[in-house]
Design a protein around this ligand. Structure first.
Ligand code: NAD
Length: 256
């Protein structure tokens, strides 16, 4: 039996939609019939994502939104509701990485910046999305990481933020399950995106180094993460609550 996702009539709000996983998720939702609020901190990449959404025949609403600024997030959600209608689905994907360094060499400014984007940004985005959902409910997917389920050398702040997302997701899922708001998280492995290009240096040696972490022997694609997001938000994923869905090529399952 072929299984197709149908998000006709739904509005999706995506943070960090100008590249990588956010962009692929916007395009996948549009291909399945949804309209998409395409949000992020800089305009040009958002315009390209919006074009991809419109190419699928759906409406795209481009809004500048820096998730470290809660007023900015509130305004972006309000603007999306004005143009596209209540938020049925929120995908909290915005994130930054930092060059690896031991914890004691991480400055408080670096720590604060990473937590502000990768953890607090998810909190403020969830808050506004929940308030903007229709009475019938909705779905939220937070993008964590393999660093949400294991420690990674040199990545204390990133791992703290990504572990934090999972605790917040489980707790908020309990807060809202009875109201029909389903909240889950995805933990991607090594995914071929601009973030991974920066992290690996995008050199053959750097790419080989990160691929060596993957038992499957390759990087994942943003589309493979988008597919998991769509499944969680579809009727087929409707019984999945507060889950941390690891989509990682085997990166975090053990020592190989
Ligand atoms: P990416 O750099 O292409 O995407 C990150 C997006 O977040 C960018 O579009 C960027 O503009 C946006 N962003 C950064 N700061 C922001 C801010 N203050 N406000 C709003 N948006 C902001 O990289 P990606 O790999 O697509 O990352 C998406 C998410 O996936 C991130 O949360 C990242 O931590 C997570 N992730 C990525 C990987 C990977 O291997 N690529 C693995 C695990 C988790």
């Amino acid at each position: 039996m072929p299984i197709a996702f149908d998000f006709t009539g739904k509005t999706v709000f995506i943070t960090g939609a100008g590249s990588g996983i956010g962009r692929a998720t916007a395009e996948a939702f549009a291909a399945a019939g949804a309209d998409v609020a395409v949000t992020g901190p800089t305009e040009a990449p958002l315009r390209e994502t919006a074009r991809l959404v419109e190419t699928q025949g759906q409406r795209a609403h481009t809004v500048l939104c820096d998730v470290t600024d809660s007023q900015n997030v509130e305004d972006a959600v309000a603007s999306a509701v004005d143009v596209l209608g209540p938020i049925d689905i929120g995908v909290n994907n915005a994130g930054i990485e930092q060059p690896p360094k031991p914890l004691a060499e991480t400055s408080e400014e670096e720590w604060d910046r990473l937590i502000a984007v990768d953890l607090r940004g998810v909190f403020v985005s969830m808050k506004q999305e929940i308030l903007a959902m229709p009475e019938s409910g909705g779905s939220i997917v937070n993008i964590s990481s393999g660093a949400g389920v294991i420690g990674i050398k040199g990545q204390a702040a990133y791992a703290a933020a990504k572990h934090g997302i999972l605790g917040m997701t489980k707790s908020a899922a309990l807060d809202y399950a009875a109201q029909g708001i389903q909240i889950n998280a995805i933990c991607p492995g090594i995914i071929e995106t601009p973030m991974m290009d920066r992290f690996s240096g995008d050199t053959p040696e750097g790419r080989a180094r990160v691929i060596a972490q993957e038992p499957i022997g390759r990087m994942g694609t943003p589309e493979e993460i988008a597919a998991a997001v769509l499944w969680l938000c579809s009727d087929l994923g409707g019984f999945t609550i507060g889950h941390s869905l690891v989509v990682d090529g085997g990166q975090t399952i053990g020592i190989s």
